[in-house]
Design a protein around this ligand. Structure first.
Ligand SMILES: [Zn+2]
Length: 238
């Protein structure tokens, strides 16, 4: 099992831990700041330093148990010197991660302006997308862009919290993306609240304040099937 340091502090850029399991394609660590692919957000990349040697991490994912986190190494990495128990100094690609945090937080703002159920989404470094089952709701690209930028300009704090499984079961409407159900069974689920704007279970990484997102632009509105509308959103200053 890997302790998720990024859960409590998404701003930690470096961290030290130890190897708890070696794989052919990477390592599992006791704790990590590397975010594993999930909830539409890509896995982190970065560098692990083990016994004075640098190993690039090309992707991060949960293991099958959903508790351990695999740091995938480049196929050309010679991992033969790594042993279980070795100390690891790690650094994530912070510029990339911070753009993903800004984009991810902007998706919560989109969910607040569009009340329909989200059916899917994906966070990108430059552009992200969210699909909605609009049920007739009409969206205007310029209006949506200006609504989002108003929320950015309000400098609203973004807070991490938690909700019990039981409470979440009683309030299923809190889960905004049907295809991304939060992991129940641990007793509680992590939540993200942006004051009165948005509140939902989410395990991703976010910025501390909406101002940090910067100016946003709706780049595309596209029909995906009868009801579904795909909304593409980009950072004006990546
Ligand atoms: Zn989120």
């Amino acid at each position: 099992m890997t302790e998720k340091v990024f859960y409590q502090d998404s701003y930690q850029k470096t961290h030290s831990s130890e190897v708890i399991k070696l794989r052919d394609d990477g390592v599992i660590l006791a704790s990590t700041i590397f975010y594993p692919l999930g909830g539409g957000q890509p896995g982190d990349i970065g560098i692990l330093t083990i016994n004075g040697r640098e190993y690039p991490v090309i992707d991060t994912c949960y293991d099958e148990d959903r508790k351990s986190i695999i740091h995938f190494m480049d196929e050309h990495s010679d991992m033969s010197a790594i042993r279980q128990g070795d100390r690891v100094d790690m650094a994530i690609d912070w510029e990339r991660r911070h753009r993903l945090m800004r984009m991810h937080t902007s998706m919560h703002l989109v969910c607040s302006v569009i009340t329909a159920q989200a059916t899917g989404g994906s966070v990108g470094e430059r552009e992200s997308r969210l699909d909605f089952d609009l049920q007739g709701q009409v969206i205007d690209k310029e209006q949506l862009t200006s609504d989002l930028n108003e929320l950015v300009a309000r400098e609203i704090p973004v807070n991490i919290g938690s909700i019990s499984d039981a409470e979440l079961d009683q309030n299923p409407e809190l889960v905004r993306t049907m295809s991304v159900q939060p992991p129940r069974g641990q007793g509680s689920v992590r939540t993200i609240s942006i004051e009165d704007v948005d509140y939902q279970p989410c395990g991703g990484t976010h910025v501390r304040n909406t101002a940090e997102i910067g100016e946003l632009l709706i780049t595309k509105l596209k029909n995906k099937g009868k009801q579904n509308k795909r909304i593409s959103i980009a950072l004006v200053n990546p």
